[in-house]
Design a protein around this ligand. Structure first.
Ligand SMILES: [Zn+2]
Length: 299
């Protein structure tokens, strides 16, 4: 499962282009991602970086390099953050030293999230690495201000324009993709969060018996499944270290994102339930089975 990469949404065309470049060995060693603030440049770079360092070159999420990357313990991953709005040469020199170490197997990625904040000395030092990159080393520079990137740096990078996603990403996020007005959606989401919390804490069924009424109805169950998919999606993003917009599910997310295996099991169970709900099933029974499975996965 290509975890981080799959979770980057709404960029299918760009993702395909980048993926093809990796598969065909055409990916440049220096990429400059540009686009407005907050549109997910970093997620995209992280996903691509995981594919590069992965043993399978898929970002499988399971091999050693993938796991270390997700735990933030990867030797293949170097991030250079700016300090008080500036990146100084003192931050680039040790990086160059580390990159010059021989005997490194596999790919390495250097991520510079605010490349426009490289001061001239730091940019010049980095330039040397961009001109003669160590083997299998990739530099991902991110910027919201392309015009502030030194031309010498820019000319050595492959430019990746990250488009603003179509539609308002926030709107489906805010009502959890439900076709309901705000207060109805809010209430249903709130109810579902408390049902899940009960069961994950070890209750056989949610304490609030109202769930039975909701899931008996075909549309009711479909809405619940929609909310549950959303919950798992958010938990998977959180587990992968991606940004998750704030929601009413904060404490549930803490739990859900803490155990990858249980989260995967829950996801599989939900996919199952989803396909069942498309046919003729006893919805109450199907939901009961789901609760039991959920409880078991999180015991
Ligand atoms: Zn992997």
């Amino acid at each position: 499962m290509a975890l981080v990469w799959d979770l980057v949404e709404g960029r299918e065309e760009l993702k395909q282009t980048l993926r093809a470049a990796v598969d065909q060995g055409r990916l440049g060693h220096a990429l400059l991602f540009t686009g407005s603030a907050g549109i997910g440049k970093r997620d995209l770079a992280r996903g691509l970086g995981q594919i590069l360092v992965c043993e399978q070159r898929t970002g499988c999420g399971e091999c050693g390099p993938c796991c270390r990357l997700e735990l933030g313990q990867s030797e293949s991953w170097h991030e250079v953050e700016s300090e008080n709005g500036v990146i100084k040469i003192e931050q680039i020199r040790p990086l160059r030293e580390r990159l010059s170490l021989a005997n490194w197997n596999g790919a390495r990625v250097v991520l510079i999230p605010a490349a426009e904040e490289l001061n001239p000395q730091a940019a010049n030092a980095l330039l040397k690495s961009l001109e003669e990159p160590p083997e299998q080393t990739y530099f991902f520079l991110l910027t919201t201000h392309l015009s502030r990137i030194l031309p010498t740096i820019r000319s050595r990078c492959q430019l990746i324009r990250v488009p603003t996603p179509l539609g308002k990403e926030g709107s489906t996020e805010a009502n959890w993709g439900l076709d309901l007005n705000d207060s109805e959606a809010k209430e249903l989401v709130q109810q579902n969060i408390s049902w899940w919390t009960d069961v994950i804490r070890g209750a056989r069924m949610p304490e609030d018996e109202n769930w039975r009424e909701v899931v008996k109805d075909r549309q009711g169950l479909q809405k619940c499944v929609q909310i549950w998919s959303h919950l798992i999606h958010r938990a998977r993003r959180k587990a992968a270290g991606l940004e998750v917009p704030q929601g009413p599910d904060a404490s549930l997310l803490e739990v859900l994102s803490s155990r990858a295996l249980a989260l995967d099991q829950t996801w599989m169970a939900l996919l199952n339930l989803k396909s069942e709900t498309e046919g003729q099933v006893d919805r109450l029974l199907a939901a009961e089975c789901f609760w039991l499975g959920l409880r078991e996965s999180w015991q």
